[in-house]
Write a protein that binds this ligand. Sequence first.
Ligand SMILES: Nc1ncnc2c1ncn2[C@@H]1O[C@H](COP(=O)(O)OP(=O)(O)OP(=O)(O)O)[C@@H](O)[C@H]1O
Ligand SMILES: [Mg+2]
Length: 379
Amino acid sequence: MSIMPGAMLGLLGGGQLGRMFIMAAQSMGYQVTVLDPSRDSPAGHVADRFLCADFSDKTALRELGTTCAGVTTEFENIPADSLSFLAEYCIVSPDADSVAIAQNRIMEKQFLVTNGFPVAAFAVIQSGNAVSPDTHPELFPGILKVSRFGYDGKGQVRVSNKAELDAAFSSMKGESCVFEQLLPLRSEISVIVARGFDDELSVFPVAENRHVQGILDVSIVPASVPREIIQQASEATIRVAEKLDYRGILCVEFFILADGRLLINEIAPRTHNSGHYTIDACMTSQFEQQVRTLCGLPLGSTKLLSAAVMVNLLGDLWQQKEPDWKQVLQHTNTKLHLYGKREARPGRKMGHYTVLDTTAEAALQQALRIKQLLSENTN
Ligand SMILES: Nc1ncnc2c1ncn2[C@@H]1O[C@H](COP(=O)(O)OP(=O)(O)OP(=O)(O)O)[C@@H](O)[C@H]1O
Ligand SMILES: [Mg+2]
């Protein structure tokens, strides 16, 4: 049964991914109610209706579930119990079980290993720390990652010996962690897949991602990696969605190692920053696809209409004054997206721009020139 335009949809989370979901939903004739604990949020600003409440507030969840035909998420740290609770009232995508796995690095790693997906060598550290270069030589140097609530490289510490690992673990305040080997990366890619309630699957073109200090900086499409890797990554992403019996939009982040091996880094049970290029460069954006999967509509084509490079705009750019947007807007092949956040903090994702061109290389050169000019303007 499909949810048709005109219906009210529900969204858990008020961030920019939610804002872009709402814009896609509204342009197809849907209305959206947002539930978020913060009164001032990028998605809250454009929602048809806003419920200011905690994600586990039963009264607010019941209100959302009884007034919306379907509910989705834009934030992976929604309590899984809230999703099961909502499922008693309306359609929910993604479901509680998938989100429970993806939001916890320990469960995520165990799911991946159990199902035969290659991941970095790792150890779980729960309380006390029995891991050292003597017991686990392959893990040093490594990265300690908190099992829950990490994002944009937060909750991660690089360590090279036992003393540093102990200090890093103490800084996690008793939270359980995953400690993984620091890998020699050749590059990073991500794949976004949509899987509908009728099992229909659709994969977006693979993006190549460059990070700076653990935060996504630039996504390049098409990715400049061998065809076999693209194929392997796309197939692995589909298998992850199938193994989770996932419904909705899912992103799998991959590492490509110096020796060419492909490993899964992590799974995001939602639309993804590396898929923002789809808004301007694909027949269907990841956000429209999210609407389509939630509403039980046929999935849209993910055809790439142009090579594209997306650049994140972080709060650091605002240090002195508002950036000079003419540097972006004067180019007829460049699209500016700002999320309406009032406060620009260093490292905070404030917006992005996408450069479209005939080749990824040409788009990248232009995107980097614009980036340089924007940063010069703030100094
Ligand atoms: N084991 C590793 N070896 C080498 N680099 C790594 C490793 N783990 C993470 N990184 C680097 O740090 C980045 C962020 O790591 P990860 O994806 O685990 O963090 P996150 O906080 O969940 O980030 P996000 O929410 O932005 O995806 C990776 O994209 C990669 O560039
Ligand atoms: Mg990541």
